[in-house]
Design a protein around this ligand. Sequence first.
Ligand SMILES: C[S@@+](CC[C@H](N)C(=O)[O-])C[C@H]1O[C@@H](n2cnc3c(N)ncnc32)[C@H](O)[C@@H]1O
Length: 416
Amino acid sequence: MDNVPDTTSTTDTQESPDEQQLRDALAQNLIDVGAARSAEVVAAFRTVRRHLAAPEADMSSTYEPETPTITKTDEHGVHISSVSAPRIQAMQLEQAELEPGMSVLEIGSGGVNAANIAEVVGESGHVVTMDIDPDVTDRALRFLKATGYQNVTVLTDDAENGARGHGPFDRIIVTVQAADIPPAWRDQLKDGGRLVVPLRMRAMTRTVAFVRNGDKLVSDGFDLCGFVPMQGLGENRVRLAVLHDGKDEQVGLRLDGHPEPDTVALAKSLTRPQTKVWSGVMLGGSESSEHLDLWLTTALDNLPLMAAEPGARKRGLVASASPLGIPTLVDGDSFAYRTVRATDQEDRFELGAIGHGPRAEQVAEHLVEEIRAWHRDRRSHRPRIEVYPAGTPDDQLPATGRRIERRHARITITWP
Ligand SMILES: C[S@@+](CC[C@H](N)C(=O)[O-])C[C@H]1O[C@@H](n2cnc3c(N)ncnc32)[C@H](O)[C@@H]1O
């Protein structure tokens, strides 16, 4: 491990009486929501003194299951480093299926999650945690020193080339949003090993658990998530095509390989009356649309995500404003986005589409047709996501489904 002066004083690290209560309550919450399922992951959350990684933050907030602790923001106000929310960390640890004695690479550091991993792999295992930002690795080093984890190596480097001079790893856990899979990540993973990565596919991010099979990575489950964007050689941010601007009421389309929209025509359509079309398809209150949305982006070529600030919703410009973005079918001067409405059955919501523009009804109908197709033919199916090296010939890729072309990889989404 690199050497840094120990700037954490003894007073900072002395255990306060409420700490264990906070950790136990967090662990119980993670069990209750299904994020922590194995005894080892639960034990890690009962043990790691996560608040010590961000001494400037309010201690209790660092133990809130859904709250990331933001540690760095760029000049545009974009969060570029954080200690991830405990629920997301637990979800990824379970996806990784860690076992004692394993060697694990964590991409995107902070210290806390490396300590979680170290708890699960135990003293016979080893963790390499890396970050592009020396401020982050300094913080991680101070935290790991104060908390006494010996089997963690901290590296400062761009993860585009993996952890040079280390590996091969049984597991790689990426904790920063990636649009591509650099070859080093696959090559530094043992065959049969698991890569857990928040992969962005056509603007939608899912933390996907992949298993390496030779040159190919094959998914074994995924979950909905949001992560800070990749920096360095692999930086590849979504582009926002703005349809409406204004303080706290911006509305735009997040583009990620989608056709260039006619923003002038679409902006005009946004201010025209909306048309709603309902599908008859229901979602349970706590049911996520993570599979439906992947189906929609598989089936529809021009489906960017609509991003709207809360003020746009208050002003009635749009009906929903999710931070993750809302699938929006664009067709020339018209567009329609997915929505839900309450029904007379408590906890059941009907899916539908809200259309804008001269062909609002037609475009909304088209989106709703695909919602119905998902419900009828695919709702009980799970898509398969595969990553092939760039340059793999077409005839070696699945014949149906969606292909996403990146610099290093050809990513496919197929539905059985
Ligand atoms: C969400 S934070 C990591 C949180 C951490 N795993 C935890 O919870 O303990 C994501 C990190 O990825 C780092 N990052 C971004 N691009 C990177 C790159 N190309 N190589 C390595 N790290 C990168 C950022 O500096 C940021 O600190």
